[in-house]
Design a protein around this ligand. Structure first.
Ligand code: ADP
Ligand code: TRP
Length: 321
C-alpha cells in the first residue's frame, strides 16, 4: 500500500505535528511504501520571507530525518524539487468546481483570521490534490483539520477518472481518532497560528516556559482534580502507556496534587523524550550539503513515479501532439 503525506515548513514543529502525523508516518516506513515530503509551495501561502522559508525547509527536513524517517526505506523529498506538481495542479484545476473550493473551512477560517484571500490560498487544496494524485497514493495520514482537503482530492480524482478512465487512485484519509487533535496550551487545537504550541526542538528554558503556560482550572490543591478536562493531563498522556495514564489519573483523583509539580514533570518528560532526536538534528543541520544531497536523491526517486502519471495526463489532456 502506498502512503503519502506532507508537512509545511512554515514554522517550528510542535507536539501536534509529531503525534498527529510525523510519528505515524515514521512507523509506516517499516511495512508500507512511504512517500513523505516537505510542502514548501504550500508554505508560501503563509510565508513570503524567502530566507525564512529556505531555512525552515532544511530544518523541517532535518527534523523528520532526526525523528527516524529513513530515506532508504522511504521516498523523502522537497515539494518544489518536483515542479511537475504545478503542471498537474493546473490540469486538475479544470476539474475543480469553484463551489468545492468555496466550501473549504480552512480557507474560510484563514480569511476570518485576517489573512488576505488571494488565489494561492484559495487554490491550495488543488495543489494538495496534485501532491496526492501524482503519486497514486492509497492512504493519506493527516490530522482531522485536513479531512476536507482529502475529500476535495477524492472528488477531483473521481471527476477526472470519469472523463479519462482510471488514471488516478482515489485516496483514503487516515485519521487516528485517538490523537486526532492534540490540544494546545489553552485547550484549543495546538497550532502555530494560535500561538499555543509546545515546540519539539528548543532550549530547555524556552520549553519549560511553554509547559508552565499550560492553562489549568482553579481547583485548590487539597481537592481531587478532574483529569479528563485538564490540558496538562491530555498532553502528558501522549507520552504514557495505558498503565502510566491510569497511574497519573489516580494521582489527579487523590487530593494534594499540585499542577505546578505535574508541569515540571511533564517538562522533564518532553525534554528527555526529544533530547536524542535534537542532538541528531543538530548533526544533520551542521552538514547542510549532505542534507541537500539526501533530498536530491529523494526527489529523483519521487520523479520516477511522478513522470509516469504526468505522461498519462499530458497524453489524455492533448498536450502531446
Ligand atoms: P499548524 O496547525 O500548526 O499550522 P500544520 O497545518 O502545518 O500545523 O500541520 C501539519 C500536520 O500536523 C497536519 O497533518 C496536521 O493535521 C497535523 N497537526 C497539526 N496540528 C495538530 C494537532 N493539534 N493535533 C493533531 N494533528 C495536528
Ligand atoms: N496541507 C497539509 C497541512 O497543512 C500539508 C500538505 C500539503 C499535505 N500537501 C499534502 C498533506 C498532501 C497530505 C497530502 O498539513
Amino acid at each position: 500500500m502506498r502512503i503519502l503525506s506532507g508537512i509545511q515548513p512554515s514554522g517550528a514543529l510542535h507536539l501536534g505535528n509529531y503525534f498527529g502525523m510525523m510519528q505515524k508516518m515514521i512507523a509506516y516506513q517499516e511495512q508500507e511504501e512511504l512517500f513523505c515530503f516537505i510542502a514548501n509551495y504550500h508554505a508560501q501561502t503563509s510565508l513570503i520571507d524567502g530566507k525564512a522559508l529556505a531555512k525552515g525547509t532544511l530544518e523541517a527536513a532535518a527534523s523528520f530525518l532526526a525523528l527516524g524517517l529513513d530515506p532508504e526505506k522511504s521516498v523523502f523529498w522537497v515539494q518544489s524539487d518536483l515542479p511537475e506538481v504545478q503542471e498537474l495542479t493546473w490540469m486538475l484545476s479544470n476539474f475543480t468546481p469553484m463551489g468545492l473550493l468555496e466550501r473549504c473551512h480552512s480557507y474560510k477560517d484563514k480569511v476570518a483570521q485576517g489573512i488576505k484571500p488571494n488565489h494561492g490560498l484559495f487554490a491550495y487544496p488543488v495543489l494538495m490534490a496534485a501532491d496526492i494524485l501524482m503519486f497514486q497514493s492509497d492512504k493519506v495520514p493527516v490530522g482531522k483539520d485536513q479531512k476536507q482537503h482529502l475529500e476535495v482530492a477524492r472528488d477531483i480524482a473521481i471527476k477526472y477518472n470519469n472523463e479519462y478512465g482510471e488514471i488516478f487512485t482515489v485516496p483514503e484519509p487516515d485519521i487516528d481518532d485517538d490523537v486526532a487533535t492534540v490540544p494546545g496550551l489553552d485547550g484549543r487545537k495546538m497550532s502555530k497560528s494560535y500561538g499555543n504550541t509546545i515546540d519539539l526542538f528548543q532550549e530547555d528554558k524556552a520549553l519549560r516556559k511553554q509547559v508552565m503556560r499550560i492553562v489549568t482550572d482553579a481547583t485548590p490543591v487539597e481537592e481531587a482534580k478532574n483529569p479528563e478536562t485538564c490540558n496538562i493531563f491530555q498532553i502528558y498522556s501522549l507520552f504514557l502507556d495505558v498503565a502510566g495514564r491510569e497511574n497519573l489519573k489516580q494521582r489527579y483523583l487523590t487530593p494534594g496534587l499540585r499542577y505546578g509539580d505535574v508541569k515540571q514533570e511533564l517538562f522533564e518528560v518532553i525534554r528527555d523524550f526529544f533530547a536524542p532526536f535534537s542532538a541528531k538534528r543538530e548533526e544533520l543541520l551542521a552538514k547542510p550539503e549532505e542534507l541537500r544531497e539526501t533530498l536530491a536523491l529523494g526527489a529523483e526517486k519521487a520523479r520516477r513515479v511522478a513522470l509516469k502519471t504526468m505522461r498519462k495526463v499530458r497524453k489524455k489532456g492533448g498536450l502531446i501532439y
